[in-house]
Ligand binder design. Structure first.
Ligand SMILES: C[S@@+](CC[C@H](N)C(=O)[O-])C[C@H]1O[C@@H](n2cnc3c(N)ncnc32)[C@H](O)[C@@H]1O
Length: 257
């Protein structure tokens, strides 16, 4: 499967950019206000799900990467017994899932919807979301906003440093990326990530994965949501409430139409 983060899952949480933390509080407040059960699709390492269960919110988290879920399960082992009862990690595909629960809040954070390769799969995913959402529930989806029409400008010829941070054991870690290719017809972007861990003894370990993301222009994502029976109730460009046309992201808070 694509986009599984198999080689880099253990280093995924080392990201220290604002985009990696600003959304946690946003989902925490929403889930707290709505009350009831929450479903995070493509929950990964539990970067968001774990803080939610720590605050008392019952969370079901679905992801198809066993490497990412392994990291989440290590975090679950360290939770209190109470919090452990509130979290339900599940191995599964966000384009075809069927659960016995219905949810007050369903969210697909941090651009994970862009891992879906085609409109057909996107519609399948949104139809699953619709079926699992309570009638008065909220569905929140985030995709990044392309700065302008994708073209040659998007490609990079050499590595770019995304971030540098430190692991719990003190080892320094860096992530570099290369924007390697794009497909205008299928609207796909291919990026290679290289993580390097600088050990205290001087050795450097290297881990690589390639990620394929679909990009959405504003009309595309609005049309997909409308075609799936959702109405956009709120829309933002960043997690602090920045208006949608001013921020770098599309964050749509939807309800059933
Ligand atoms: C960028 S990570 C986001 C993880 C987490 N939600 C977060 O915000 O940190 C994307 C996640 O999407 C998952 N993923 C991609 N395609 C998927 C699919 N079709 N079904 C389930 N999970 C998927 C990957 O395994 C990965 O864990």
């Amino acid at each position: 499967m694509d986009n599984e983060y198999s080689n880099i899952a253990k280093l995924y949480d080392a990201d220290n950019r604002a985009v990696f933390s600003a959304d946690i509080d946003f989902y925490l407040k929403r889930a707290g206000r709505l009350g009831g059960k929450t479903l995070e699709l493509a929950c990964g390492t539990g970067r968001i799900a774990i803080p939610l269960v720590e605050k008392g919110i019952p969370v079901w988290g679905l992801d198809y990467s066993s490497s990412m879920l392994d990291v989440m399960n290590e975090k679950i082992d360290r939770l209190s017994a109470d919090a452990q009862r509130r979290i339900h990690p599940m191995l599964g595909d966000l384009t075809s899932f069927s659960l016995s629960e219905r949810f007050k809040l369903i969210f697909i954070p941090f651009r994970s919807f862009q891992a879906i390769e085609s409109d057909e799969q996107a519609l399948q995913c949104l139809s699953c979301v619709y079926r699992h959402l309570e009638d008065e529930g909220q569905f929140i989806i985030n995709v990044f906003k392309p700065r302008k029409e994708i073209g040659e400008w998007w490609l990079s010829s050499s590595e770019r440093l995304d971030f540098e941070s430190f692991l719990e054991n003190g080892d320094r870690v860096t992530r570099h990326s290369i924007q390697r290719a794009y497909d205008l017809e299928k609207r796909l972007l291919y990026t290679d990530y290289t993580y390097r861990v600088y050990k205290s003894g001087g050795q450097v370990e290297q881990f690589r994965d390639s990620i394929r993301l679909r990009y959405f222009y504003e009309d595309d994502i609005r049309q997909l949501l409308a075609a799936s029976g959702f109405t956009i109730k709120e829309e933002y460009g960043w997690y602090d409430g920045t208006p949608v046309h001013e921020g770098n992201e599309f964050i749509f808070v939807c309800g059933k139409a």
